[in-house]
Design a protein around this ligand. Structure first.
Ligand code: NAD
Length: 500
């Protein structure tokens, strides 16, 4: 079937959306709405209901019913796989529309949004196989009178809270795995990027997902998000976002029903470059690692740690790359770096750029707001003369801001890399296998790249060490995360009596 092409011009009026519960749309009615302006153009593009606590209760009740009556978890893995595969087809058919809305609401370049949607199709295809692969274990070594079986069961109703930086990709790194495990979902997307989550609910429904298995409530973090993390009828909460809100999630779970948690939080990720690396490749990778998604990426390589003998030369090479990066209108097919997603994030990034200068770092490139007549853009920015104690070296900026620090020995490189509360991701660039393996083993990070950065796919798990989170998403690990284990002892033959 030919994929529909879509008009990439801006909508004349904002499109109205409802929210999705128990297999159907519910219109905003007399609820307040959240109007979203495209960050690349500053024009209104979507209107989303601000759901109420009663809406949240209704969505959780719908997911609870759908889980408890086994309409999904009671199906065979093969039947669940069929729905996931059909969903992959549904996403493929609507890929252009999803990419367009991702770009409108988030400000990311359309070419990047398309690639991300392609990756999401792969997530559903891969997870469909996993729905059939989930299995337990058996113990045939307990003597003639006993047999042991270990089964995996879906954990139940999963609350899924996602951020605005990769609204569709982060969703699809979780939803197919949660569904493969047999769970039901109440999703709460970021209030500024809700559209593509609503679209996924519709695609799942059209693919034959039973009513109530996927529900989406829209609204703010402080009302709907907080209500979801505190909800007693939610069995597990998967949260992706800031470390600050992650703490609230942990606290809410402890205060309520001890729901199981999956947390994917912030990062301050090192890029370690040795003098023996292919420096041209490394400079390109480092520029990509901080420029991609305007650095609004939990795994952005935001700390460049480079061997002193090549440090100045390498910083110049990265600055040259930054000069050539095409920043601009996210709807332009040629754009590589788009707009900053929210006004608040724009102010945060500019605040860090100011702070870096006032703390004594040297601005080597960028540092300014770019003016394209509308929208909000920041030039890729590079700081030299950075010391470990500076805020720009320690705190997650979540923008296109890279700091450079030199090192003299492998031990020093590892020490600088680990000198952070985070442990999400890291990259090392070297042609020396000993150095590559030593650094990979010793730097604390849940994802590691050697002579590349930001690669990913459905097979390899995602998650952080230290304060970057708990648990893993994607791959077989991602499905197992949404299961719980039951051990079963089965007596064979006559029981030896306790009471004679
Ligand atoms: P955020 O923590 O402000 O918001 C994330 C989500 O949580 C949103 O849906 C928001 O509405 C909701 N939320 C806000 N307050 C809440 C509350 N009190 N209770 C429940 N939910 C609440 O983060 P953000 O600004 O949307 O995203 C940026 C942050 O996310 C960065 O720190 C980044 O590192 C992190 N992030 C991490 C990963 C990862 O995989 N580790 C991926 C993307 C983003």
């Amino acid at each position: 079937m030919d994929k529909p092409t879509i008009d990439l011009s801006l909508p004349k009026t904002p499109r109205e959306f409802g929210f999705f519960v128990d297999g159907g749309w519910i219109g905003a009615g007399d609820r307040d709405v959240f109007e979203r302006n495209s960050p690349g153009h500053n024009v209104p593009v979507s209107r989303i209901p601000k759901c109420t606590e009663a809406d949240l209760d209704m969505a959780v009740a719908s997911a609870r019913r759908a889980f408890d009556d086994r309409r999904w978890s009671g199906l065979s893995g093969a039947d669940r796989a069929a729905v996931l595969l059909k969903t992959a087809e549904g996403i493929r058919t609507r890929a252009e529309e999803i990419a367009y809305w991702e770009t409108l609401e988030n400000g990311k370049p359309i070419s990047q949004a398309r690639a991300e949607v392609g990756g999401c199709i792969g997530m559903f295809e891969y997870a469909s196989g996993l729905a059939r692969a989930i299995h337990g274990d058996s113990f045939n070594n307990l003597g003639d009178g006993m047999f042991g079986v270990v089964t995996r069961e879906p954990v139940g109703v999963v609350g899924l809270i996602t951020p605005w930086n990769f609204p569709f990709l982060i969703l699809c790194e979780r939803v197919p795995y949660i569904l493969a495990a047999g769970c039901t979902i109440v999703a709460k997307p970021s209030e500024v990027t809700s559209v593509t989550t609503l679209m996924l609910a519709e695609i799942l429904h059209d693919a034959g997902l039973p009513d109530g298995v996927m529900n989406v409530v829209t609204g703010s973090g402080s009302t709907i998000g907080q209500g979801l993390i505190e909800h007693d009828h939610v069995d597990m909460l998967s949260f992706t976002g800031s470390t600050a809100v992650g703490r609230r999630v942990v606290e809410a779970s402890g205060r309520t029903n001890f729901k199981k948690l999956g947390l994917e939080l912030g990062g301050k990720n090192p890029q370690i470059v040795f003098a023996d690396a292919d420096l041209e490749d490394a400079a390109d990778g480092v520029a990509f690692g901080i420029g991609f998604n305007t650095g609004q990426c939990c795994v952005s390589g935001s700390r460049l740690i480079v061997e002193r003998s090549v440090a100045d030369q390498f910083a110049d090479m990265v600055a040259e790359k930054f000069k050539k990066v095409r920043v601009g209108d996210p709807l332009d097919e040629a754009t590589q770096v788009g707009a900053i997603t929210t006004d608040a994030q724009n102010a945060t990034i500019m605040g860090y750029i100011e702070k870096g200068q006032s703390e004594g770092a040297t601005l080597l490139h960028g540092g300014e707001q770019l003016d394209f007549g509308r929208g909000q853009y920041i030039a890729p920015t590079l700081f030299g003369n950075v010391t470990r104690d500076m805020a720009i070296a320690r705190e997650e900026i979540f923008g296109p801001v890279l700091t450079v620090m030199p090192f003299d020995t492998v031990e020093q490189a590892i020490d600088i890399a680990n000198d952070t509360e985070y442990g999400l991701a890291a990259s090392v660039w070297t042609k020396n296998i000993d150095k590559a393996l030593t650094v990979t083993r010793r730097v604390q990070a849940g994802r590691f790249w050697v002579n590349t950065t930001l690669s990913g796919g459905p097979e390899l798990p995602i998650g952080g060490f230290k304060q970057s989170g708990w648990g893993r998403e994607a791959g077989i690990y991602g499905v197992e995360e949404y299961t719980q284990i039951k051990s079963v002892h089965i007596e064979i033959g006559k029981r030896s009596p306790w009471v004679e």
